[in-house]
Design a protein around this ligand. Structure first.
Ligand code: COD
Length: 305
């Protein structure tokens, strides 16, 4: 399994330059992040948005746009639709959200006639390399599926497993994160966790080991699980944290990013190309990592399919 964003970046650089299309690109932070990726030889950017504003912001920051392709589209919704169309036509390998609400871009991606759905459900994954764990940790869903039911959770697991397999982990361990380790009918997440474990044992959820219900500490740390006498095969070894809902996923993602300063990336997966949906508050490193992860996954998918 690949062990860092630096290693992914090497992998991306070793291949033909891929295209990132930025929907609503007239934003200083986005242009700086894209410029970082371009200067590292990672991507060829297509910038869709207010052309005059993009040029003004680039001038202000000393950003060289000579290798970028600019498309003037002042309407945000149309800019998102164009980015999606480019991906559908094979003219873009990844999409990046610029100065536009996440839901506007996601709606363009989900559109039944003109969108780019690939798998049954699109979902958000956050990937972190955390030194205390000495392994990659994937968290889902922090930004797209608001209150996934059992069926949706099956798809969240499938999407997350595909990502870790593309990164080289054959049999990821999935922890269904809850507030405790026992099934409590008053806590829907614990009931669904037990059901997901059953579906995994029956072979309906494949290519991974599912455990739960597990509290966060027992999902991540062997010592914590041992201390409580938990025998779940995933306990202490989770590669994927399936969160009960978007609030839990989002709070955990942001705690890692802002409190722990972990090296992370965030993407929407399950579309024909990876979609980078970092928020304004994400730092430069998170934006760059997310581009690297998107391009690495796009390349691995091309090799696989
Ligand atoms: N994957 C595939 N299809 C989907 C998904 C999905 N994740 N979500 C909805 N669909 C399909 C539905 O089946 C339906 O056919 C169509 O899309 C419209 O469904 P709605 O009406 O439920 O969806 P929308 O368009 O109102 O909203 C979809 C969003 C993803 C925009 C919505 O779920 C949302 O706003 N999510 C939170 C996004 C957000 O604000 N994130 C920022 C927080 S960090």
């Amino acid at each position: 399994m690949i062990q860092s964003f630096a290693a992914m970046s090497e992998g991306v650089r070793a291949r033909d330059r891929q295209r990132i299309v930025v929907a609503v690109a007239h934003d200083e932070n986005i242009l700086l992040a894209v410029d970082g990726a371009t200067r590292q030889g990672l991507a060829e950017p297509v910038l869709i948005g207010r052309r005059d504003r993009i040029i003004h912001l680039a001038d202000k920051q000393g950003i060289d746009l000579s290798t970028s392709h600019l498309i003037d589209q002042p309407d945000d919704t149309l800019a998102c639709q164009l980015a999606v169309r480019m991906a559908r036509e094979g003219k873009a390998d990844a999409i990046m959200k610029g100065l536009v609400g996440t839901a506007v871009l996601l709606k363009a991606i989900l559109n039944k006639e003109t969108g780019i759905r690939d798998r049954e459900l699109l979902s958000h994954i956050g990937l972190f390399f955390i030194s205390e764990l000495q392994r990659a940790l994937l968290v889902t869903d922090a930004a797209m599926n608001i209150a996934p039911d059992l069926e949706a959770k099956k798809h969240l697991i499938d999407n997350a497993v595909e990502v870790l397999q593309l990164l080289g982990l054959e049999l990821p361990k999935v922890a269904c994160v809850c507030a405790l380790e026992q099934v409590n009918p008053a806590m829907r997440a614990t009931v669904e966790a037990a059901e997901l474990v059953r579906l995994n044992r029956q072979g309906i959820i494949e290519d991974c080991l599912v455990g739960g219900p597990l509290a966060l500490d027992n999902a991540l740390f062997v010592e914590a699980a041992r201390h409580k006498g938990i025998t779940d095969t995933v306990a202490g070894q989770a590669d994927i944290l399936l969160m009960p809902n978007i609030e839990a996923g989002n709070v955990f993602y942001k705690s890692l990013t802002f409190l722990c300063k972990s090296s992370g990336a965030g993407l929407v997966v399950g579309a024909q190309v990876p979609v980078i949906v970092t928020s304004r508050s994400d730092n430069h490193e998170t934006k760059l990592n997310s581009m690297i992860l998107a391009l690495y996954l796009a390349a691995m998918r091309k090799d696989k399919y």
